[in-house]
Design a protein around this ligand. Structure first.
Ligand SMILES: Nc1ncnc2c1ncn2[C@@H]1O[C@H](COP(=O)(O)OP(=O)(O)OP(=O)(O)O)[C@@H](O)[C@H]1O
Length: 239
């Protein structure tokens, strides 16, 4: 589904993502792990087309999308739920959700299904997004992505700023998506949650991937070592 070959992403002269290669199959779930500043958001934003790729190649369903604009990537089925949600605060939940549908990708997701998946949004359907709680905003941001009927859903720090109870609710929803076969890349700071959610753990350190393993083949200790750069590179083919 996704193939990244030696991706470099830069801010001016600074290489925030360095020679990252990653292959992902349909239905797979990856937890992207790493310390603050490791390059996770930069990588996800480059995959989604929100940042230019300096060098390397990116293929989605075998099409070269290295330099494709983000709207074309959404049309092809790739959708990012960005860190910080980025909702239109003066628009209602329903209006924000409908924005996800403007590209008219066919599929099973529509307003009704989003409200079924996130029942906490039903009562707030006509409320302005700016007046929502953090959890409601997160559910709206995920719902807006789902409205584009994505084949690859990228979730950047979905639990950021949410209370533990609300995080549980958001995870219950995205676990449903995972279990129905949606391909997901997720950035999650809570290591235990990341490991239990995803089939595969990919850890970044200073812009590079330093560990890439199936979660059944690794453990908290090994990931923590990679997270802090305390062991030698354990990147391997996870398939
Ligand atoms: N707009 C920017 N301009 C310049 N440097 C940036 C910019 N955004 C991020 N960086 C730098 O790029 C590096 C990677 O940042 P990035 O946000 O991708 O990391 P991250 O792993 O997502 O971190 P966090 O967990 O804190 O969100 C960091 O050194 C950061 O300071």
């Amino acid at each position: 589904m996704l193939l990244a070959k030696a991706l470099d992403v830069r801010y001016g002269q600074f290489r925030a993502v360095r020679e990252v290669s990653l292959e992902m199959k349909q239905g797979e779930t990856i937890a992207l792990i790493g310390a603050n500043g490791a390059g996770k958001s930069t990588l996800l934003r480059a995959i989604a087309g929100a940042l230019p790729i300096h060098s390397g190649a990116l293929l989605f369903k075998q099409d070269d999308i290295t330099h494709a604009p983000s709207c074309d990537r959404v049309k092809q089925g790739l959708s990012l739920v960005p860190e910080g949600r980025r909702l239109f605060t003066d628009m209602t939940i329903e209006e924000n959700l409908l924005l996800g549908q403007t590209i008219h990708r066919p599929g099973e997701w529509d307003l009704e299904r989003v409200f079924e998946t996130f029942p906490n949004l039903v009562k707030r359907r006509y409320a302005k997004a700016g007046s929502l709680s953090g959890g409601e905003q997160q559910a709206t941001a995920i719902g807006r992505s789902l409205m584009s009927n994505p084949e690859l859903l990228i979730l950047d720090e979905v639990s950021l700023g949410l209370s533990p109870l609300v995080v549980d609710q958001v995870y219950a929803s995205i676990e449903k998506l995972r279990d129905t076969g949606t391909t997901i890349i997720l950035v999650e700071q809570a290591l235990d949650r990341a490991i239990s959610f995803a089939k595969r753990a990919v850890c970044m350190l200073e812009g590079r991937i330093v560990l890439d393993k199936l979660t059944v083949d690794t453990d908290r200790h090994e990931i923590t070592q990679a997270y802090f750069g305390l062991q030698k590179n354990t990147t391997q083919e996870a398939s």
